[in-house]
Design a binder for this molecule. Structure first.
Ligand SMILES: Cc1cc2nc3c(=O)[nH]c(=O)nc-3n(C[C@H](O)[C@H](O)[C@H](O)COP(=O)(O)OP(=O)(O)OC[C@H]3O[C@@H](n4cnc5c(N)ncnc54)[C@H](O)[C@@H]3O)c2cc1C
Length: 372
């Protein structure tokens, strides 16, 4: 692993740093409120105009063909600058890699530019009331009709679906006996006839999630991603992205760890020093581990089950880091603040992107070779 950046990478870092210093609006209203959602979309448009919203994508779709190393640099600079959260993240990090891999060129042309610009925000619609960890037990159905499919059923916990424009999810298009084979991956507008979106308030009171109900929703053949019946394989490439590198880059935790050090300096409690230092070391360790992963991937390796190690590490780091901050703040920690918001959000980390128990099963079976 070579930690020295090349001339080109240093130039890119400088450009991103300067642009963010001049343009970042800092924290915006919560993207789970309507005003905040729109403010975040405006920000995405501005990033896009500077070709910084999806740096690693090909130019024709709004990117600048940045390398993996440059993408990590971008993320470090982004969080260091305290720039707004990415309202488009489920589209650009979870769906786009699948559209690049499995989409037709017509689908790529139709969906990727508007995703890059923040014009269309996407919601992941995988979970169902009776299908979370055991996703293949999902029951929402797709029935073949002339020119397309009719969707029926219910999805839940769909982040940002309250205000998002399009959704992506799996539906059972074949017999339920063939759990993994009879699934198809669909893209659908959330204002289509027969779709009802019902917001769910999160711990902070904002409707960060929604349930989505489908009643005979027509989806044309052109909005099926990958082959009918092949949805499980298509979906699993997203799962790897989600818990691997893309969803939680180290820049996020390094920036939070730096803020934690600042907090300790203004609230220097010797009894909490070790926990603050542990959190900082954890963030730095994740950063260095990620550079190792990037080096391996750039040399042609793949993420594989290592993504599960990543996911366990960052989700636990995030909770510990925020707990240390709240303990430093003492009774002030109970007043709504960035730290208390961050703490509430960190509690979801061990659950979304595949729960940590499921990740431990994967690590045990695939990396450690333990029996099922
Ligand atoms: C902040 C947040 C955002 C989310 N956003 C989305 C979204 O945008 N789209 C979407 O589709 N979903 C989303 N989800 C839902 C998330 O994917 C599910 O909550 C998750 O997959 C777990 O499913 P479940 O809630 O049904 O729990 P269950 O699967 O019922 O699990 C309950 C408990 O049992 C444990 N468990 C289950 N199976 C096993 C096993 N085999 N071995 C050991 N332990 C097991 C689990 O770890 C968990 O502790 C989000 C969740 C959160 C918290």
């Amino acid at each position: 692993m070579d930690l020295d950046l090349s001339e080109r990478e240093l130039g890119f870092q400088q450009e991103v740093r300067e642009w963010l210093a001049a343009n970042s609006p800092g924290k915006l209203a919560s993207m789970d409120s309507l005003d905040g959602f729109e403010a975040h979309r405006d920000w995405e448009r501005k990033l896009h105009d500077a070709r910084l919203s999806t740096v690693s994508w090909p130019e024709e779709f709004g990117g600048r063909e940045a390398s993996l190393v440059e993408w990590v640099i971008f993320e470090e600079e982004y969080y260091r600058a305290g720039a707004p959260g990415r309202v488009s993240q489920n589209g650009i990090f979870l769906l786009a890699p699948i559209i690049f891999e499995h989409g037709t060129s017509e689908q790529q042309q139709r969906f990727l530019p508007s995703m890059s610009s923040g014009e269309v925000i996407w919601a992941q619609a995988w979970s169902e009331p009776e299908a979370g960890s055991d996703l293949a037990s999902l029951r929402s159905t797709a029935t073949r009709v002339d020119g397309g499919w009719r969707l029926n059923g219910q999805k839940t916990w769909s982040s940002r679906a309250t205000y998002a424009h399009w959704g992506f999810g799996l539906f059972r298009s074949g017999p339920s006996a063939e759990r993994h084979r009879g699934l198809t991956y669909f893209l659908f507008p959330l204002d289509a006839d027969g779709v009802t979106v019902r917001p769910i308030a999160q711990l902070d009171g904002e409707p960060g999630f929604a349930e989505i109900f489908f009643e005979d929703v027509f989806v044309p053949d052109g909005d099926v991603l990958g082959a009918p019946g092949d949805g499980w394989r298509v979906a699993m490439s997203t799962a790897g992205n989600e818990r691997g590198l893309s969803l939680r880059s180290p820049g996020r935790f390094c920036a939070a760890a730096d803020r934690l050090l600042d907090l300790w300096r203004s609230h220097p409690d010797p009894a909490l020093r070790d926990r603050v230092v542990d959190a900082w070391i954890g963030a730095e360790a994740y950063r260095l581990y990620t550079w190792g992963t990037v080096t391996r991937l750039a040399a042609g390796g793949d993420m594989g089950a290592d993504g599960s190690v990543n996911k366990l590490f960052w989700s636990q780091l995030d909770v510990g880091l925020h707990e240390a901050a709240l303990d430093l703040l003492g009774s002030d920690g109970e007043i709504a603040s960035d730290w208390s918001d961050g703490y509430l959000f960190s509690l979801g980390g061990p659950i979304y992107a595949g729960t940590n128990e499921i990740q431990r099963n994967i690590v045990a079976e695939r990396l450690l070779g333990l029996p099922r």
